[in-house]
Ligand binder design. Sequence first.
Ligand code: GDP
Length: 432
Amino acid sequence: LPVVAVVGRPNVGKSTLVNRILGRREAVVEDVPGVTRDRVAYDAEWAGRAFTLLDTGGWDPEGQGMAARITAQAEIAVVAADVVIFVVDVTVGATDADEAVVRVLRRAGKPVVLAANKVDGPTTEADAAALWNLGLGEPHPVSALHGRGSGDMLDAVLAALPDAPPESFDEETGPRRVALVGKPNVGKSSLLNKLAGEDRVVVDAVAGTTVDPVDELISLGDREWRFIDTAGIRRRVREASGAEYYASLRTAAALERAEVAVVLIDASEPLAEQDLRIISMVEEAGRALVIAYNKWDLLDDERREMLEREIDRQLIRVSWAMRVNVSALTGWHVDRLVRAMDTALEGWTTRVPTAKLNAFLGEVVSAHPHPVRGGKQPRILFATQADSRPPRFVLFASGFLEASYRRFLERRLREQFGFAGTPIELSVRVRE
Ligand code: GDP
């Protein structure tokens, strides 16, 4: 759902406006426990359009002046929201604190609807018009208390919301893009032949020099996959000088275009420097990752044990990756590989709604609070998933979060929301 955040100084009438937008109290569909207070996000609706209404008002880091607090609210709002409603009290006019918020909002370039509140009693629309000076466009005169003008203001909010993505958006429904990568001789070509069978369709075959990438469309499971730069896989680079450098450029280019990477590893040999380098490239590119241990038919018990130790020692960092053991030669477990690609992509594209995320983190944090450091206990005030493909979370905390605690939170997020096979990024913004 699109997110609309309400920002404003204390006493400008934010809560009244939030209640006004939600209608009667009973109309609140879902009260979501926030992390540090009872409610932050509400399900709201106007003119048939549903959205999440975010009340940043209770977001109240300790030990700060009011101006800093409201700037902090605005910072949250611009990260989390699609549209910001900025509430100003016309009986007071724009204050320095309001100006500070305006700077934050303008820098972020998010659409802002300016609500000029308390246009009732002796205050008039002329007073509201003075707020044109803020440079945020037309002030919408409202009386949150009496309800006056709030409908027009909400119309402006809806107009500023991003359009719902069209149904047939290629990013979502076209063939999924996969890069099959790995050092020479691990079995990429063999695997590709196994996967493609009769079904191979060559696309983008540009009149053939050796450097033109050629993709292949292959139907696997219940979807179509676009294997990127299969020319680079099938036309093997021989031991010419610079071959490895050339291959790694080609791998980087394939990863750039891919959504999910299958890194093929020759399980019959010790993990190589080059295997690890390729995995790092996938991490850096932020792609979903499946590690496929190939040539499993060649492994005896001793080698299998050895391999597990190598993985524990050298690949613990990417323990979130999907893992499959396969044999490209016999076709063993190749179906599992396809399912793993599916799962990894699913995690890569997952979006957790703000309300759900905060409710979950609220539970996690109250069961396992951050350890007290220097007499203080850092708290998580608010969290939002800023992006997907791969998932990126922004946490607002009242103090520095230790790396071990961040890893703990990442683990819990993975368990709860199924981020198998995808890197996730967790950044923490500290407000002392
Ligand atoms: P690429 O350089 O990664 O494309 O590797 P190829 O597909 O050309 O395979 C290199 C060699 O490994 C070939 O001789 C394949 O027959 C062999 N090979 C590939 N996969 C397997 C496998 O699962 N088991 C066995 N035993 N050999 C394999």
